[in-house]
Design a protein around this ligand. Structure first.
Ligand code: NDP
Length: 241
């Protein structure tokens, strides 16, 4: 992966942060995007030396501009990791339209926004690695997450379709489906609920962001060119397909 140029959306915190750091360790030139938390982004930049870019993955124009800026400053994108995501949980009978749209736009429409911005260049250069972070809850469904599970399940269809479209162009498109990982997102889950979740994980603990980064780096490698349209589940055995 030496000198490959990578964008990790939501790359300044949590799972994305670990992915950005590991891609850099593997020799990539990395850009990490974020949305609103300037403090975390600046601290990340200072600590890692990785460039940060602020734009909303849910917004089409911002993504086109954000990618153009990365390409002007670092170079043409070889690796795109669609990691940014949010939850806005609630039972469907209480869910607001804003919470539906926010989750669908940030977790699913963002794939269109970001892939659209890089795909023509990847096709022209006959090389690309696109990896999207889905979720075990897109595979199984979850109480209070019709919006999130729909978006994360949508990732699988998108991934397989784009993989087919680009297979003859040296571009692979894959998904990683994490189980429960120790990040700010999971810290928001009430402790009682978390205890019940951990009881369902054969490995007996939450995963770490580094364990997801390991899977992403595997799929991002030049040598992974024969793996496309796949989902790699990293969930401590909680869900075995
Ligand atoms: P965190 O909440 O810890 O970090 C989210 C990152 O995404 C932050 O950098 C945040 O930026 C960025 N982000 C959020 N919304 C936007 C947006 N609209 N535009 C650009 N960037 C945005 O999340 P996790 O690390 O826990 O999750 C990362 C991914 O992994 C998500 O897609 C999530 O759904 C998925 N996942 C997580 C699991 C878990 O257990 N944690 C399990 C399964 C899947 P900022 O700092 O500015 O807010």
């Amino acid at each position: 992966m030496k000198n490959r140029i990578a964008i990790v959306t939501g790359g300044t915190r949590g799972i994305g942060r670990a992915i950005a750091i590991d891609l850099k360790k593997a020799g990539c030139k990395v850009a990490a995007s974020y949305h609103g938390n300037d403090e975390a982004a600046q601290a990340f930049k200072k600590e890692t030396g990785i460039a940060v870019y602020k734009f909303d993955v849910a917004n089409f124009n911002e993504c086109q501009e954000g990618v153009a800026k990365v390409e002007a400053e670092i170079g043409p994108v070889d690796i795109l990791v669609n990691n940014a995501g949010i939850t806005r949980d609630g039972f469907l009978h209480k869910m607001t339209e804003d919470n539906w749209d926010g989750v669908i736009d940030t977790n699913l429409k963002s794939l269109f926004n970001m892939c659209r911005a890089v795909i023509e260049g990847m096709r022209a250069r006959s090389y690309g690695r696109i990896i999207t972070i889905s979720s075990i809850n897109g595979q199984l469904g979850q109480f209070g997450q019709t919006n999130y599970s729909a978006a994360k399940a949508g990732v699988f269809g998108f991934t397989k379709s784009l993989a087919r479209e680009c297979a003859n162009k040296g571009i692979t498109v894959n998904a990683v489906a994490p189980g429960y990982i120790e990040t700010d997102m999971v810290k928001a889950v009430p402790e009682e609920v978390l205890k019940k979740i951990i009881a369902q994980i054969p490995v007996g603990r939450l995963g770490s962001p580094a364990e997801i980064a390991r899977a992403v780096c595997f799929l991002a490698a030049d040598e992974a060119g024969f793996i496309t349209g796949e989902t790699l589940s990293v969930n401590g055995g909680q869900h075995m397909e």
